[in-house]
Design a protein around this ligand. Structure first.
Ligand SMILES: [Zn+2]
Length: 480
């Protein structure tokens, strides 16, 4: 930030009461090669005649203007101030909504090329760009394979060497012995769990995720250590049931009912037996007393659930996703591998995945109806068709398919994430005083969520980035 002396008299009169006389050409911090992606970086920007979805679930407001000043939203209204030196952005036919706050993200692409020894390839350039291009301005990674690199990507974005969202970086998976993830250190004692959490807190991790094979005792120790630093713990559970994890104080559970081993016949304490999640889930009845009771236990303990419908939908029979646009960012090899895998999927397995998805959707609806905090995540793993950004919007489309209105789906992917991250004062909705994290899309996504695909510009911290240019810059790059 630099002191700017050239404020116009008019601007001073209008807004000097709010902001000290400090501002700058705000994209100056970006590396020169990245400036081509900037749509607007003036200190004062007014988006005029735009429809506004605030993200708190309330109805859309027509013909609004948004005044942005030094990275913050100063005013939203029908007749806001238009300072003389403001950059005017015409918002006709556009809808503004909050930048997405996505909660199960990865900086690696895990294709189907063999899980053992090569679970995922880091995407330091492509994934952050793809996330931002699709409206994601804040994301939590949910399990790290290359934590030092991921922390450096976060730093690189802050310092302008990369373009991407703000990041809550999760430490390496907190895992027990027996995992297929060779990158996860198998935790064998509570002492070790606490030492690992402490180490990654010192390295800069701000979030933790437990994984399939961790024991109750070690999970409990990890949660205690993370909470001592006011950091939260989520989990993709298996050896530990939902009920056990809730009692241990977990904050969030990933994916939904398909990883609740609570109902598994013959489940042994602290043991994860790999299972066919689709078959298991398809056999569950969301209206049963035992699942109703589990939902109540989650809600009473204020444990959030992260919805990751897209990664499961990819195993089903759909043909409309991923789009050709999404496939175009894959390397030729990754694209062929994905298409072959899809083709080779037995019809019975795909049908089972469809059935399981319906149960998962019903569970998530019931959870929200009971007062639960549902978050949204992309989880760009699985078969390989859930790709950063593209998969993010697919996830939102699936929330609508699950029975949420488009405004509810948007709230889940914006406000709810900010609430969980305890950043609602700064992000998550469009309101004066908040960070100018704004997605501008052509059309009316409150009528039809598919309009989110028409995202044109994404503002992060008051700098607008060109969505299409960011996507085109990483064609063929993912999965090399
Ligand atoms: Zn994941």
């Amino acid at each position: 930030m630099r002191i700017l002396t050239g404020l116009t008299a008019c601007l001073c009169v209008l807004i000097s009461a709010y902001i000290p006389t400090v501002h700058a050409q705000r994209a100056q911090f970006l590396h020169d090669s990245l400036k081509q992606f900037v749509f607007a970086d003036e200190p004062v920007i007014v988006i005029r005649n735009v429809r506004v979805i605030t993200g708190d679930g309330s109805s859309t407001r027509e013909n609004q203007s948004i005044l942005i000043r030094k990275g913050r939203i100063l005013q939203i209204g029908a007749n806001p101030l238009v300072p003389d030196d403001a950059r005017i952005v015409d918002g006709s036919d556009l809808t503004a909504l909050p930048g997405l706050v996505m909660m199960h993200e990865h900086l690696f692409y895990a294709s189907s090329k063999g899980q053992i020894g090569n679970y995922g390839d880091l995407q330091p350039v492509a994934f952050p760009r793809l996330y931002l291009a699709h409206g994601v301005t804040t994301m939590r990674t949910a399990g790290s394979l290359e934590p030092i690199n991921e922390l450096q990507i976060k730093r690189g974005i802050i310092e302008g060497r990369f373009i991407g969202p703000e990041m809550d970086i999760t430490a390496p998976y907190l895992e027990g012995p027996g995992s297929f993830l060779y990158q996860a250190e198998p935790i064998e004692s509570p002492d070790e769990a606490q030492r690992i959490v402490e180490f990654w807190v010192q390295q800069g991790a701000t979030s933790f995720k437990a994984y399939n094979f961790i024991s109750r005792e070690n999970l409990g120790a990890a949660i205690e250590q993370a909470h001592a630093h006011d950091f939260k713990v989520t989990g993709h559970l298996c050896s530990v049931t939902f009920a056990e994890a809730i009692d241990l104080g977990i904050d969030n559970i990933e994916h939904g009912i398909n990883s609740a081993t609570d109902f598994m016949v013959g489940k042994k304490a602290d043991v994860c037996k790999l299972y066919n999640a689709a078959a298991y889930t398809a056999g569950l009845d969301v209206n049963s007393a035992r699942i109703r009771a589990l939902i109540k236990k989650l809600v009473d303990a204020n444990v959030a659930i992260t919805s990751t419908l897209a990664v499961f939908a990819d195993y089903g029979t759909r043909r409309t996703r991923p789009t050709d646009d999404a496939l175009s960012v894959l390397s030729e090899e990754a694209r062929q591998r994905y298409l072959q895998t899809k083709k080779g999927m037995p019809a019975a397995m795909a049908a089972m995945a469809d059935d399981a998805l319906k149960v998962e959707m019903a569970f998530q609806r019931a959870f929200v109806q009971a007062g639960g905090l549902l978050l949204a995540g992309t989880d760009p793993t699985g078969l390989g068709g859930t790709i950063a950004g593209f998969g993010t919007l697919w996830q939102m489309e699936l929330l609508v398919e699950a029975g949420f209105t488009p405004l509810e789906a948007i709230r889940i992917a914006t406000r709810n994430g900010a609430e969980y991250l305890e950043k609602l004062a700064d992000i998550g909705t469009l309101a004066p005083g908040k960070q100018a994290d704004i997605m501008l899309v052509r059309g009316r996504p409150d009528d039809d969520i598919n309009y989110l695909r028409n995202v044109e510009v994404v503002f992060k911290n008051g700098i607008g980035y060109k969505s299409r240019e960011l996507i085109d810059s990483v064609k063929g790059m993912v999965g090399k």
